[in-house]
Design a protein around this ligand. Structure first.
Ligand code: KIV
Length: 272
């Protein structure tokens, strides 16, 4: 049943759970810096994800793999300073939680202590079970991420839709149930068939947030720079662009350049 949005003073993991129970959809976008976080928070976006997509969007890397824990903490600190209302979730970068639950806990504790973020997100199912358990045992909220998990891009070999085949879909469902049973507070599903997104969202009590997982999940997330149209060469089917900021910004920069070159800027009223 669809409900009118309720006004929340602060978004917590409990509030997100209540939203799912009420049938109220959850809005989530990425943020990597203070200025953008302030605007997103003013727009009452429920969850800000300090995504490791910062590796692509902010640093220009081809994949999310190179970004470091220190760099993620720096981005998260900046976002946290800009937020009054939203829940801030911080991605655990590649190499900080896989295959070693002690390292996973140490990394999650550093994120929480040094950034002030409210939760961590990590990719994978049964492969990262021990890490998820150990992080949760320290009282740190964990968001899961299944489907297309970009940190495994060299295993997949392609950014195409995941879990179209029965075996992979079954594994995804089993992993989603396992993560919920372990105690994760929400789950991101990336680039999977809409029917599968619906099935998982209906099966789980925790909120399921989709990116390319169809309309029947409990909320949606996009990379902010993509939905603003700042990135030109990324055109997946799931992306809705709300602005063409690339063109808008380029035009503004060109006008500024022309004003400087012609001597029109600064004028008298812009001078002391
Ligand atoms: O890093 C990121 O931006 C993400 C979203 C795509 C969910 O993980």
């Amino acid at each position: 049943m669809e409900q009118q949005p309720k006004t929340y003073k602060k978004i917590t993991t409990k509030v997100l759970y209540d939203m799912k129970c009420r049938g109220e959809k959850i809005s989530m976008l990425t943020a990597y810096d203070y200025t953008m976080a302030r605007i997103l928070d003013a727009a009452q976006i429920d969850v800000l994800l300090v995504g490791d997509s910062a590796s692509n969007v902010m640093a220009g890397h081809e994949t999310t793999l190179p970004i470091t824990l220190d760099q993620m903490i720096y981005h998260a600190q900046s976002v946290v300073r800009g937020v009054d209302r939203a829940l801030v979730v911080v991605d655990m970068p590649f190499g900080t939680y896989q295959g070693n639950s002690k390292r996973a806990l140490d990394s999650a504790i550093r994120i929480m202590k040094e950034s002030g973020g409210h939760a961590v997100k990590l990719e994978g199912g049964r492969e990262v079970k021990e890490s998820v358990e150990r992080i949760l045992s320290a009282g740190i909220p964990v968001m899961g991420h299944l489907g297309l998990t970009p940190q495994s891009i060299y295993k997949f070999g392609t950014y195409t839709v995941r879990a179209k085949e029965e075996a992979e879909a079954r594994k995804l469902v089993e992993d989603a149930i396992m993560l919920e049973e372990l105690g994760v507070f929400a789950l991101v599903l990336e680039k999977i068939p809409a029917d599968l997104g619906k099935k998982v969202a209906e099966m789980l009590k925790i909120p399921v947030i989709g990116i390319g997982a169809g309309p029947h999940v409990d909320g949606q997330v996009l990379v902010t720079h993509d939905m603003l149209g700042m990135t030109k060469d990324f055109n997946p089917r799931f992306l809705r662009r709300y602005l063409d900021l690339y063109t808008e910004m380029k035009n503004a920069f060109e006008r500024y350049r022309d004003d400087v070159k012609s001597g029109d800027f600064p004028n008298e009223s812009e001078s002391y």
